[in-house]
Design a binder for this molecule. Structure first.
Ligand code: IPE
Ligand code: IPE
Ligand code: MG
Length: 251
């Protein structure tokens, strides 16, 4: 199913966010605080992913999108990049079957063409195997960049609809964005204290509620997720309208 922008209609009454997108930051600092190698933080980060997926399922969140590796993370020392790739590979090997058992649909967004063959095979098999699941869609952003996404969407739009390009409206691009299968995120969470987007979902975050926490990603858990959701529920999403308009539409 293809979703159109969620920013046009009067928002529904406050409810648990359908789509949560997370920048999982702070693994390195978590390890450093404990005088451990950075990889220890990344390993512990995988445990936080498990806890977060479970908590989202329990709360009825429909889409969870996790930023695992940005297109800029190749700039890290080669040994850290290689460790992250190994960890990604092992996590795919060990977790995808469990996702399926729990009714979770698995998707990856990003330019995976530079990943090793085994990783690409595991992604393809995992996506295929879990495509029918409906409880939660877990999207992992790997070698993802928001600018890359917009550029690849534009390239695909031009290739398939050359005549539509001249006066194209923003909506024309949306079917070609890599998350066209999901509604735009309702809630964005970034752990680790930095307050920036770091080239995550640029287009899709246009009207997302932003939440930043100093917690380091390996320390993130169900209680931390609930704090973020509580903050989200206290906000009024107006999408450009006045508060009175939003109240009136809700009756
Ligand atoms: C996030 O943690 C994980 C990735 C970017 C892969 P970091 O590794 O960025 O941790 P910090 O920011 O150095 O603490
Ligand atoms: C963002 O974290 C990317 C991921 C969590 C995968 P970074 O740690 O790479 O972000 P910057 O460099 O501090 O902005
Ligand atoms: Mg970081």
């Amino acid at each position: 199913m293809l979703f159109t922008s969620s920013t046009r209609d009067i928002p529904a009454a406050r409810q648990v966010p359908r789509h949560i997108a997370i920048i999982m930051d702070g693994n390195g600092r978590w390890a450093k605080q404990r005088r451990l190698p950075r990889v220890a933080g990344h390993r512990k980060g995988v445990e936080a992913v498990r806890a977060t997926v479970r908590a989202c399922v329990a709360r009825g969140v429909e889409y969870l999108t996790l930023f695992a590796f940005s297109s800029e993370n190749w700039r890290r020392p080669a040994d850290e990049v290689s460790i992250l790739m190994q960890l990604f590979l092992r996590t795919l090997e060990q977790e995808v079957a469990k996702l399926d058992e729990n009714g979770i649909r698995f998707r990856v967004i990003g330019d995976t063409s530079h990943f090793e063959t085994r990783i690409r095979e595991l992604i393809a098999a995992g996506e295929k195997h879990t495509a029918h699941n409906e409880r939660l869609t877990l999207t992992v952003a790997a070698n993802y960049g928001g600018r890359w996404d917009i550029a690849q969407a534009a390239r695909r739009l031009i290739a398939s609809e050359p005549d539509a390009v001249r006066d194209f409206a923003p909506e024309a691009l949306e079917p070609y964005l890599s998350m066209a299968y999901a509604p735009e995120p309702d809630l964005f969470i970034r752990t680790g204290g930095e307050q920036r987007i770091s080239n995550f979902l640029l287009w899709q975050l246009a009207y997302t509620e932003l939440y930043f926490t100093d917690l380091l990603w390996p320390d993130f858990d169900a209680a931390a997720l609930d704090e973020a959701i509580t903050s989200y529920l206290q906000r009024e999403r107006r999408f450009g309208r006045t508060s009175e308009q939003v109240q009136a539409a809700r009756g």
